[in-house]
Design a protein around this ligand. Structure first.
Ligand code: PHE
Length: 341
């Protein structure tokens, strides 16, 4: 092949090239160490010395020409493959979208959020405490020394002799008072999970939730507690809902009360039915003292709300276990009702 034929051959072949690999092979075929142009260069030796420079110049021009063509082809191949890729990935924005399945707020969490919001608006802050608690905070600091009979009221999951799953959120009272280092006022609420050794049934669960409240300051009286609880219940259930305070006993409050809410169902037959929703009382002076608070100067009240009970009353739920199953059919029904309220 002479130079002209080589050039023609190249023009013919390059048109058919469709990918970069083939393009590289073509480059090797023409410009490689054993390529056609290298081979033809060897012919220079057989030429007359006067003809050699012109021949060499011709070969080099063709080399450059081929090189340039190869580069151009490479660029256009890359451009084409990018375009193809973009086309393949094109999104048709006129297609209808797939349905996205939304969850909903568990009614229990909704109650907790409502209660939090109410108390935060009254200047309380939200505290937290550990679910794996020491015997000291869960009981001793709350005026329940070892072997105190009232410990039986709360059958506990012990991990070691000194560690247990907290049976109540009340240990957070002691923790927060210690943190305050004798300085008042203290105004906190603490929502959280608690654990008791109960057999699960429609009204009992080995794990449930409580919302603890604590206020300590000068001149805190029982009437402050009563007013606060009434305000809470009226906010949650409307101003006409009847409530009742019953004297009760907790080792860490004196006096102590339990609060019942009138249970409104159709099968009441006009009869009054009540459901206990929280325990409360004036913080026992021993509890203040143990936490380093001057019980002569300061007094306080505390309460422990059962959000499950509140949610059951508010939404007419009859089985406590359903709160923890997170069945989307349940959650959705109530989140709709929750939104409307
Ligand atoms: N911790 C008590 C319980 O679990 C409730 C309570 C809290 C009572 C605070 C009085 C004050 O039953």
């Amino acid at each position: 092949m002479n130079l002209k034929e080589i050039k023609n051959e190249f023009e013919k072949l390059i048109i058919e090239i469709k990918d970069e690999k083939k393009l590289y092979e073509l480059k090797v075929k023409f410009l490689g160490k054993k390529g056609m142009l290298t081979e033809i260069m060897k012919k220079a030796k057989t030429l007359e010395p006067t003809e050699r420079p012109a021949f060499g110049k011709n070969v080099n021009e063709i080399k450059e020409y081929i090189n340039q063509k190869l580069e151009n082809k490479k660029e256009s191949l890359i451009k084409k493959s990018v375009e193809e890729k973009l086309k393949k990935e094109e999104i048709d924005i006129t297609l209808p979208s797939r349905n996205i399945d939304f969850g909903g707020i568990n009614p229990l969490n909704k109650i907790i959020e409502d209660v939090e919001e109410l108390f935060v608006s009254m200047g309380y802050s939200v505290a937290e405490g550990p679910e794996v608690e020491t015997d000291k905070f869960n009981f001793e600091m709350l005026n329940l020394p070892k072997n105190h009979p009232a410990r039986d009221m709360q059958d506990s999951f012990y991990i070691t002799k000194e560690l247990l799953m907290r049976t109540q959120t009340s240990p957070v009272q002691a923790r927060e008072m210690l943190k305050a280092e004798g300085k008042c006022p203290i105004k906190i609420i603490c929502p959280g999970k608690v654990y008791r050794r109960d057999n699960d049934d429609s009204t009992h669960s080995h794990q449930f939730t409580q919302i603890e409240g604590l206020v300590v300051d000068e001149n805190i009286k029982f009437s402050d507690l009563k007013g606060t609880l009434e305000h809470l219940i009226k906010t949650l259930f409307g101003k006409d809902r009847k409530i009742r305070l019953r004297p009760s006993f907790f080792p860490f409050t004196e006096p102590s009360v339990e609060v019942d809410i009138a249970w409104e169902t159709e099968d009441n037959n006009g009869e009054e039915k009540w459901l206990e929703v929280l325990g409360a009382g004036m913080v026992h002076p021993n509890v203040l003292k143990m936490a380093g608070i001057d019980s002569e100067k300061y007094s306080g009240f505390a309460f422990g709300i059962g959000p499950e009970r509140i949610a059951m009353l508010k939404y007419g739920i009859t089985d406590i276990r359903i709160f923890y199953e997170n069945d989307i059919r349940f959650i959705k029904q109530f989140s709709k009702e929750v939104e409307e309220k």
